[in-house]
Design a protein around this ligand. Structure first.
Ligand code: GLV
Length: 316
């Protein structure tokens, strides 16, 4: 692998959380000092910027006439208006071990807390009830993951190692060791019918918006649980509340909602069988993200394919 000193001097702009930006600055200074690293809005002459890493692009993106690659600082890219980005500009989602590790932790925590009835025991404790519920083996709790990209595969490997029978559903057919793979719309009902715990890790696209709806919940086994770590736009929140109240779903762990933050007084805040976290399932970790970005800059400068390149047609 080429060393960082083989990168040519150029300007790189970071436009996201400024606190983590300072960590990026230190890492760039250490690992690629020849790069002029800048934190937006201190971009200098925008026409000189060759690379931009952003959660959202600047309003004057057209002024970045020499921009060669736009990196998302997050795993998702649905926050970008793809129509508004120049068609020639490569857009790259963040693929880095820190995000993967965080997501594996969160989904494992959620799956185990569902599996081991954590919510029921929390309610029992509040009511000072000492009552054992039957402990089921992991082998009797079937987990299914919607999506089969880098994050779903890492999550499935961990859940599989804990003994959960694992399946995944994706748009196109894949083979993954130890995972029952389902593909395409026609296979969705069969997949759903074997998901005691359904995990949503899909990208948000026109095809997947609103996919977690009444019709989908109806196809899950009675008393299934949902772990939603995709995007708020995947979920029809009123349908989830209805499915919980009808007992179709036993519980939901949600890391995302729409809008974010959830408005005060919303029913999801207080639902006794909903665990809600503020979009923290995973976060880009500067130490590993900067190394992943530098590896991509080396690929780019060597004319090699970029890791995480978004296919515009597909929308992820
Ligand atoms: C967070 O949601 C991300 O896209 O990394």
């Amino acid at each position: 692998m080429a060393g960082p000193d083989e990168l040519t001097p150029c300007t790189f702009v970071y436009k996201a959380d400024p606190v983590r930006g300072e960590e990026w600055r230190q890492l760039f200074a250490e690992l690629a000092p020849q790069i002029d690293f800048r934190i937006w809005p201190d971009v200098g002459d925008p026409a000189q910027v060759r690379y931009l890493a952003a959660w959202l692009p600047p309003d004057d993106l057209h002024a970045y006439a020499g921009l060669e690659v736009l990196f998302s600082v997050g795993a998702g890219i649905d926050q970008f208006d793809l129509e508004a980005l120049p068609a020639r500009l490569p857009l790259v989602r963040m693929v880095e071990p820190g995000i993967v590790g965080g997501m594996v932790e969160y989904v494992t925590l959620a799956a185990l807390s569902i599996h081991r009835e954590w919510q029921a025991y929390a309610a029992q404790q509040r009511a000072e009830v000492w009552r054992a519920l039957r402990v089921r083996p992991a082998s009797s709790r079937r987990v299914g993951v919607l999506g089969l990209g880098v994050l779903p595969r890492a999550v499935l490997a961990q859940l599989g190692s804990l003994g959960f029978p694992c399946a995944a559903w994706s748009r196109s057919q894949h083979d993954v060791d130890g995972v029952d793979c389902y593909a395409g719309a026609a296979a969705l009902p069969g997949f759903l019918s074997r998901c005691d715990i359904l995990v949503c890790l899909l990208p948000l696209t026109d095809d997947t918006r609103g996919i977690l709806n009444r019709e989908l919940f109806r196809q899950l086994p009675q008393g299934a649980a949902l772990v939603h770590v995709g995007r708020g736009g995947h979920l029809v929140q009123d349908d989830l509340l209805a499915a919980l109240d009808e007992g179709r779903l036993a519980q939901a762990v949600l890391d995302v909602c729409e809008p974010e933050p959830l408005p005060p007084g919303h029913a999801l805040w207080r639902h006794p069988r909903v665990m809600l976290t503020p979009h923290i399932a995973s976060m880009t970790q500067p130490a590993s993200a900067v190394r992943a970005v530098l590896a991509n800059l080396r690929r780019h400068q060597a004319g090699q394919p970029l890791e995480g390149l978004v296919e515009r047609q597909r929308g992820y």
